[in-house]
Design a protein. Structure first.
Length: 371
């Protein structure tokens, strides 16, 4: 048994070893190290976000910008358009082409530098930043041109003439409609993006930064679910751009308009992916997605699903209208009728099969949970 006086001496010795004067500097040092770690993490996050922003996907994908090229080639400026809409569309198409080749060049640099080391890697790394900045500048030029085209179309809406080729404000109906639809879709995407970005930018972060979260999430944007691939959507848009004169089509046939509607919705969905990419990066500026940020991004996802629903509804209307045109023998270009009938049939079949499969999996999952 330990004597009481010896036990008291041991406790007093241990108490003397843990002094307040020694403990305070240690806590201050730990706090400084934590602050320095958090600061370094924030710098890494800011650098990664900056790199991602410099290589944003184009607001108007190249295959849709190609539609503006075809519109310019298939019409005569000064004859089919006397107010300059075709020229603005051409410049927008050129920005899409430029962004495509800049992205290819940036990808080449990235893949090539992965195999280099030392001085060679440092030398070629100097070219990476200028390429990224050129990409960012061209991207902003494209956004400004799309906004300018939308505002110009709105200004000319009550002034243009579609029936009198001799009028100084004459614009072919298909040229004006296509330009108005494309620019309005892009303007709406920009508006939605600005609202979400302003909210996320000035919202107070709630969590400490975590670089691993940025690395794992920044590559995943809102779901890229599409009813049509880009190439097929480009085909639908070209069916509208290259439609024959109105005299060769019955006035009751609106398949070309439906094709433009479907292609434009796909264009809107891809533009929302670009907006989602930016929004995700801004939300991750603190390295974490809190409840409010997830809610804002979720709203963007819900809007995508609503757009997909309208697109599916449009294909149902296209399928039914194609059957009516065929059965009533209305005057309609055969390539337009066949393309719309085939595309709408395939999309509806795949959508129906997907819905059935989802219902079966959902029922099986509910039964498994019940057991």
């Amino acid at each position: 048994m330990i004597p009481r006086n010896n036990l008291t001496d041991d406790i007093s010795e241990e108490t003397e070893e843990i002094s307040i004067d020694d403990l305070v500097p240690k806590l201050v040092q730990e706090e400084k190290e934590q602050s320095k770690t958090a600061e370094n993490t924030e710098k890494k996050i800011t650098k990664k976000i900056h790199e991602e922003l410099l290589l944003l996907p184009p607001l108007l994908p190249f295959k849709f910008g190609n539609g503006l090229f075809i519109q310019y080639i298939s019409n005569t400026p000064g004859v089919d358009d006397k107010v300059g809409i075709l020229e603005v569309g051409l410049y927008i198409g050129l920005t899409s082409l430029g962004l495509y080749f800049i992205s290819v060049l940036a990808t080449y640099f990235k893949n090539y530098m992965d195999g280099l080391q030392g001085a060679q890697r440092d030398f070629f790394g100097k070219f990476k930043k200028p390429v990224n900045y050129v990409h960012f500048i061209v991207f902003n030029i494209q956004v400004l041109l799309l906004i300018a085209l939308f505002l110009y179309c709105c200004f000319q809406y009550a002034l243009v003439s579609h029936d009198d080729p001799k009028s100084p404000n004459y614009v072919k109906n298909s040229v004006f409609t296509f330009s108005m639809v494309v620019s309005s879709m892009m303007f709406f995407s920009v508006l939605v993006g600005i609202i979400i970005l302003v909210y996320l930018k000035y919202k107070t972060p709630r969590h400490e930064p975590d670089m691993s979260t940025v690395t794992s999430i920044s590559g995943e944007v809102t779901p890229g679910m599409q009813l049509m691939p880009l190439g097929l959507a480009n085909l639908m848009i070209n069916l509208y751009v290259l439609q024959p004169p109105e005299s060769e089509t019955d006035s009751k046939v609106f398949l070309a308009d439906l094709a433009l509607f479907e292609g434009s919705l796909t264009m809107l969905l891809f533009s929302l992916l670009s907006i989602g990419k930016i929004s995700m990066l801004v939300a991750l500026r603190d390295g974490y997605l809190d409840y409010d940020e997830k809610k804002a991004l979720r709203i963007l996802q819900i809007f995508q699903y609503i757009t997909l629903s309208f697109q599916l509804l449009g294909f149902i209307v296209m399928f039914g209208h194609s059957l009516v045109v065929y059965s009533m023998d209305w005057k309609c270009p055969q390539n337009l009728l066949i393309a719309c009938l085939v595309v709408s049939t395939v999309i509806m079949t795949v959508s129906a099969a997907g819905a059935v499969m989802f219902t079966i999996l959902y029922c099986l999952n509910r039964r498994r949970q019940a057991q």
